[in-house]
Design a binder for this molecule. Structure first.
Ligand code: KG4
Ligand code: ZN
Length: 395
């Protein structure tokens, strides 16, 4: 089956075409087309993601991404036709809240024939609701026009699948597995006893780890998104042997649970900067703070994940979400698990699938389609900004 997947939960507009041969999770996958537009440059000016701006950019970029993915998949066939006025008004009505998208979609549909797609997968949460809705309404419009079913996808489930996907297949996982999901909006430890079951055993009590990276970066005068910027400074500090000007805390390192807290760590960086005076902060100070911040985060993430592995006798660890692109976190997980728990297999996403993408949404859509529930009725699809893992939102 051929799956068209759509991701618009945050600041990436992504569309893919993935062919699945076989049933989930034993299928062989071929990525036929993959298009992604990152809005980072647009949001950078404002130092973060603004939901309404993200929404507008998604509406502008979805059709070009659809066209690019289909072209790459060799599924774009020129075919001039005129939509009936009934069809036009149905589509315009579905996209009434997404300015400009109705017109560009209709002009696309009048230029190109119906592609051979069996299923549309779309992210319905978690994420920024105005942004999610653009993808959902777009999926509904395409599904109506092409008469193809739609499945709602949980974005975080996508991240889990991203981490274990080797480009063609999904591995035979040894259960129980522990997933550590670290992104701009999430920090959680999830126990998976088998495919498709997700039990959250720990989470952040305040900031998500990616959010902390972004906020600390901002304090250090670095551009958005701050994660990769902090990573660069920290690596430079490590290579040059530069230490932190003040020791930062390791929050909740020994707490008797699987929870996290990063807002105190962020505040500790602010105090360190204020104590010295922001204008007197040397480059060395900034390097040292970036390094200690990254090491604090890594130490806490590792300690809590190891504790969860021991407590639940896990045989597999899956690290996913945008922050798992961080080199220091990646290397630390691999080397510490190899040393202390060599029987545990650690999965990390390939770097290009660490941050948001639509290939992971196609995989999760395939899982959803092969689960007990039938594809959704179009009218019940709904965005849910706070959607929990293991759930797909429907009205
Ligand atoms: O999963 P993602 O792309 O979007 C969400 O679903 O939130 O994650 C984005 C987050 C941002 O906070 C970004 O700063 C962080 O991932 N990030 C990183 C790195 N690359 C992205 N954090 C640390 N090191 C990185 N190399
Ligand atoms: Zn994400």
């Amino acid at each position: 089956m051929r799956i068209l997947s759509i991701e618009t939960s945050c600041d990436e507009t992504a569309v893919s075409v993935v062919e699945a041969n076989g049933s989930f999770p034993h299928a062989r996958y071929t990525v036929l087309g993959n298009a992604l537009f990152s809005q980072i440059d647009i949001h950078r000016e404002y130092g973060g993601v603004f939901p309404m701006l993200a929404k507008r950019e998604h509406a502008k970029t979805l059709v070009p991404m659809l066209e690019k993915a289909l072209r790459e998949a060799n599924m774009l066939t020129p075919d001039e036709r005129t939509l009936s006025s009934a069809e036009t008004s149905t589509l315009m009505e579905m996209l009434v809240r997404e300015p400009g998208l109705g017109d560009t979609l209709i002009s696309f549909l009048e230029q190109f024939g119906e592609p051979d797609i069996d299923l549309i997968a779309v992210t319905t949460g978690p994420g920024l609701e105005p942004a999610l809705w653009v993808g959902i309404n777009f999926a509904r419009a395409l599904a109506t026009s092409w008469n193809v079913p739609v499945v709602p996808v949980n974005h975080m489930e996508g991240h889990v699948l991203s981490s274990i996907f080797d480009g063609e297949t999904l591995p035979e996982l040894a259960f129980p597995a522990i997933s550590l999901l670290i992104s701009g909006g999430h920090t959680e430890l999830v126990l998976m006893k088998e495919w498709g079951t997700f039990e959250r055993i720990g989470e952040t009590r305040d900031d998500a780890v990616g959010e902390a990276f972004d906020k600390v970066a901002r304090m250090l005068g670095l551009p958005y998104p701050g994660g990769p910027e902090i990573g660069k400074l920290a690596a430079e500090a490590r290579a040059a042997g530069i230490e932190t000007p003040v020791q930062l805390p390791r929050p909740m390192l020994d707490s008797d649970d699987f929870d996290f807290s990063f807002s105190g760590l962020k505040t500790a960086v602010r105090y360190a900067i204020e104590k010295k005076g922001a204008d007197k902060l040397t480059r060395e100070d900034r390097l040292g703070l970036a390094r200690d911040f990254e090491e604090s985060v890594t130490t806490v993430l590792l300690r809590k994940t190891m504790k969860a592995v021991e407590h639940h006798g896990a045989q597999t660890v899956i690290v996913g979400g945008g922050v798992s692109a961080n080199s220091y976190i990646r290397e630390s997980f691999v080397s510490l698990f190899r040393e202390k728990y060599p029987m545990v297999t650690v999965y990390l996403p390939p770097r290009d699938l660490s941050t948001d993408n639509s290939i992971m949404i196609a995989l999760a859509g395939h899982a959803e389609k092969d689960s007990a529930e039938a594809p959704s009725h179009l009218s019940t699809l709904a965005a849910d900004g706070n959607l929990a893992l293991g759930e797909t939102s429907e009205k």
